[in-house]
Design a binder for this molecule. Structure first.
Ligand code: SF4
Length: 442
C-alpha cells in the first residue's frame, strides 16, 4: 500500500520519508542518480540566492531538532556557531552510532551519502566554515566506502572543493574513524577522539560551538539531522514545520527490533502513536503474543508499556513518559520477557562502555549491574531493591556526562512500570517470565 502524497511517492502509508527519501531508490555510488532527485539543488539555491543568515533562519523556522538524541534546535546551534568569531571553524558530522539495535545513520550513509555531504556544505556556508569532517565508525565499512566514493564524485563535479558553483565558496570534507567506543557519540568525547586524545567527555561550557575541534568553533550534528536539510531548503521551512507536532517537527527514523513481525527501519511523522508503530507498521507481536513493552532511547531511555500505546511519539511526550527519543532504537518485548533481565542487559552494556573518567558512573553502574545480577540469580533481598533505586538516583545526579546521567533510566523505568516483577524475584522467589534460568536452581 503506497501513499503517493508523501516523499517520492512510494512511502508506505503511515510512514513519511524525508531523511530516507532516496534510500533504496538511487544508486548511492552514482552521483548522477542523486542529482536527478534534485541533489545539490539546495546547495546551489543557498549559495546563489540567500545569505548565510537567511538560510540559518529557514532552518530555525523549520523547527528541526537534533536527531542524535539531544533534540537541540538545529538552526539555533548553527546561529550560535556562526556568531563565534574565529579564523577557522569546522562542521562535524557525528556518524558514531552506537545504541544497541540502532542502524539509522548507517542506512542513510550507505543509501544516500550525498544528502549528508550537501547538508554539511550548507551548514559550512551558514556558520562560516570551509572544512567538514565525518566521524564514522570504522565498523561501518560499506558506509565508509560509499562516503569515500561520494566525496570523490562531488569533488569531480565541483560540488566540493574551491569555488563551488562559481560563488567563491570553498568546502572540503574528510573522514575520521571511530573505533567503536559508545561514549564517542557524545560530542566532546568525539572531538577529543578526533584530536587523537582519549575519547572522554569534558564539562560544558565551553560548548563546541564556541570551542570545539582544535579549540575552534565547531558545529556537530548527526547524520539523520543533516539528511533533513536539503529537503527543508528545497521544499521550504513551512512545509517541514507542517509535519509533526507543535514542538517536534518533521519525521523520525526508528530501528524497529525485537519481538515484532516487521523489523527494520521506519520513518514516521512526529506525533504518530506507539500503537500505530507497533501494530500498523510493525505488524504486531511475533506469534500473536501479548505486547509488553518497548525500550526507546537505547541504554539512556526507558520502557513504554501498554498504557503508553496511545502516546504520541515526540521529544516531549517521550520524556514526560519517563523515556526519551534517543537516536531512534526501538526494541519491542513480549509477555515472555523479564524486565529485570532487560535492565541488566542495558547495565552490562553501560559498564562495558563507560569511559571510567568519573566515579559515579565507573563504580556506581558496576554496583547496579551486580545488584541486578543478584536479583536475576535469585539471591536479591528487599534491601537490594531500595539500594537499587537510591543508587540509581545518585548515579544520575552526580555523573559527569549524559551517559552516566541517563544510564540508570532502564532500571528506574522498569521499577516504575514493573515493580511487581522485581518484587516477585525477591519476595516470592520466582521470575514471572521464567527467563532468569539460573533462578530455577535457587
Ligand atoms: Fe565517562 Fe561515565 Fe563519567 Fe561520562 S559519566 S565521563 S562516560 S565515566
Amino acid at each position: 500500500v503506497f501513499d503517493k502524497e508523501n516523499g517520492n511517492g512510494v512511502a508506505p502509508i503511515k510512514q513519511y520519508r524525508i531523511a530516507l527519501r532516496n534510500c533504496g531508490f538511487i544508486d548511492p555510488e552514482e552521483i548522477k542518480d542523486y542529482i536527478e532527485k534534485d541533489g545539490y539543488d539546495a546547495l546551489a539555491k543557498c549559495l546563489s540566492k540567500y545569505t548565510p543568515e537567511e538560510v540559518t533562519q529557514e532552518v530555525i523556522k523549520s523547527g528541526l531538532r537534533g536527531r542524535g538524541g539531544g533534540g537541540f534546535p538545529t538552526g539555533l546551534k548553527w546561529e550560535i556557531t556562526s556568531k563565534s568569531v574565529s579564523d577557522q571553524k569546522y562542521v562535524v558530522c557525528n556518524a558514531d552510532e552506537g545504541d544497541p539495535g540502532a542502524f539509522m545513520d548507517r542506512s542513510v550513509l550507505e543509501g544516500d551519502p550525498h544528502s549528508v555531504l550537501e547538508a554539511m556544505a550548507i551548514c559550512g556556508y551558514c556558520i562560516g566554515a570551509n572544512k567538514g569532517i565525518i566521524y564514522v565508525r570504522a565498523e561501518y565499512p560499506l558506509a565508509v566506502k560509499r562516503l569515500k566514493i561520494a566525496i570523490n564524485q562531488a569533488k569531480e563535479y565541483g560540488l566540493l572543493g574551491k569555488n563551488i558553483f562559481g560563488t567563491g565558496f570553498e568546502f572540503t570534507i574528510t573522514i575520521k574513524y571511530g573505533a567503536g567506543a559508545f561514549i564517542c557519540g557524545e560530542e566532546t568525547a568525539l572531538i577529543h577522539s578526533m584530536e587523537g586524545f582519549l575519547g572522554e567527555p569534558t564539562l560544558k561550557p565551553p560548548f563546541p560551538s564556541v570551542s570545539g575541534y582544535l579549540k575552534k568553533p565547531t558545529n556537530v550534528n548527526n547524520v539523520e539531522t543533516f539528511a533533513n536539510i536539503p529537503a527543508i531548503i528545497n521544499k521550504g521551512a513551512d512545509w517541514y514545520a507542517s509535519i509533526g507536532t507543535e514542538k517536534s517537527k518533521g519525521t523520525k527514523v526508528f530501528a524497529l527490533a525485537g519481538k515484532i513481525n516487521n523489523v527494520g527501519l521506519i520513518e514516521v511523522p512526529m506525533g504518530i502513536t506507539l500503537r500505530e508503530i507497533i501494530y500498523d507498521i510493525g505488524g504486531g507481536i511475533v506469534n500473536g503474543k501479548k505486547f509488553k513493552a518497548v525500550q526507546t532511547g537505547g541504554p539512556s531511555g526507558g520502557c513504554l508499556t501498554e498504557k503508553h500505546l496511545d502516546l504520541p511519539i515526540d521529544f516531549d511526550s517521550l520524556t514526560a513518559a519517563g523515556s526519551m527519543m534517543g537516536s531512534g532504537g526501538m526494541i519491542v518485548m513480549d509477555e515472555d520477557d523479564c524486565m529485570v533481565s532487560m535492565a541488566r542487559f542495558y547495565l552490562e552494556f553501560i559498564v562495558e562502555e563507560s569511559c571510567g573518567k568519573c566515579a559515579p558512573c565507573r563504580i556506581g553502574n558496576k554496583r547496579l549491574h551486580e545488584m541486578l545480577t543478584k536479583l536475576c540469580d535469585g539471591k536479591g533481598t528487599m534491601e537490594d531493591l531500595d539500594l537499587l533505586r537510591n543508587l540509581s538516583v545518585v548515579v544520575k545526579d552526580t555523573s559527569l556526562c549524559g551517559l552516566g546521567q541517563t544510564s540508570p533510566n532502564p532500571i528506574l523505568s522498569t521499577m516504575a512500570n514493573f515493580y511487581d516483577e522485581y518484587y516477585a524475584h525477591v519476595a516470592e522467589h520466582r521470575c514471572p517470565s521464567g527467563q532468569c534460568k539460573s533462578f530455577m536452581l535457587y
